[in-house]
Design a protein around this ligand. Structure first.
Ligand SMILES: *[C@@H]1O[C@H](CO)[C@@H](O)[C@H](O)[C@H]1NC(C)=O
Length: 256
């Protein structure tokens, strides 16, 4: 009942704002995207850092052109010209974002996989100079929506420790693990990882098995987000200290 009342109020208070876009003011500044690396939000609608190649053109900066504040959709249009045999193309990327903390959120790219953009989830279409506004209703509804595991996490640069969350409850303990890189297994004979005592940081004991885990040289990762999918937990950890942030899609898959 409460849920219903809440949704109804949201609908009234947050009308769709197709045709314009104002990014959340808290986002201004530098972030790490788990797939694209460093991003910068500036002004009310500008984003640099998502690098997408379409035909022979590379897009690195984007402008948010439309939003749906009910569904948290943001529709971005690539700033760089994309040319296909003399025909200018527009490249769109719609995202649905979900807040984790003030310093972290995750998102799904709500576009179909585009073969003309190296299989990125973007929409490429011929540019019509007469069209100057685009709706989330048309551009944020892919035929094949991303699966739950296709989420990207964003973490505000300099505020990584504020993005720490409880690790998923089934991981709140000390465990053996086996590392599987897709072809070979390691750490099977001896290993230890523990989420204790912090509950927000997983420590891998590299004295038992030195294979680097979750891109962390120090063997220590913060928990920042957990998504349940059936009997799996999809859990994206982040390397907390120093060096390069390589947040590439790393998941711990736990049978629960
Ligand atoms: C998040 O940001 C909002 C707006 O600036 C602020 O009012 C709120 O206190 C912040 N929350 C936390 C937990 O820092």
């Amino acid at each position: 009942m409460h849920g219903l009342v809440f949704l109804t109020l949201c609908w009234i208070l947050s009308p769709k704002a197709d045709g314009s876009c104002t990014l959340p003011p808290l986002w201004t500044g530098d972030w790490y995207d788990s797939f694209y690396g460093q991003l910068t939000f500036s002004g009310t609608s500008a984003l640099t850092g998502w690098q997408v190649t379409s035909f022979a053109s590379v897009i690195t900066s984007w402008t948010c052109v439309s939003e749906d504040t009910t569904n948290n959709y943001l529709l971005f249009l690539g700033d760089q010209p994309v040319d296909f045999f003399g025909m200018p193309q527009n490249v769109f990327r719609c995202v649905k974002w979900i807040k984790i903390t003030n310093n972290s959120f995750y998102y799904y790219a709500r576009s179909d996989i585009e073969v003309n953009a190296k299989n990125a989830r973007v929409k490429v279409e011929a540019r019509d100079p007469a069209v100057t506004s685009w709706s989330t209703a048309s551009y944020c509804n892919p035929t094949s929506a991303p699966g739950p595991e296709e989420y990207h996490v964003l973490i505000k640069k300099g505020s990584e420790s504020l993005a720490k969350q409880w690790c998923p409850v089934p991981l709140l303990g000390t465990f053996n693990y086996v590392h599987n890189d897709g072809t070979t297994e390691s750490c099977a004979s001896d290993s230890q990882m523990t989420a204790c005592p912090s509950w927000t940081t997983i420590q891998f004991d590299y004295t038992k098995c030195s294979k680097t885990q979750a891109f962390s040289q120090e063997g220590s990762v913060y928990c920042v987000n957990t998504i349940a999918e059936g009997d799996k937990l999809l859990h994206g950890p982040v390397q907390p200290w120093g060096g390069e942030y390589s947040l590439s899609q790393v998941y711990l898959l736990c049978d629960i």
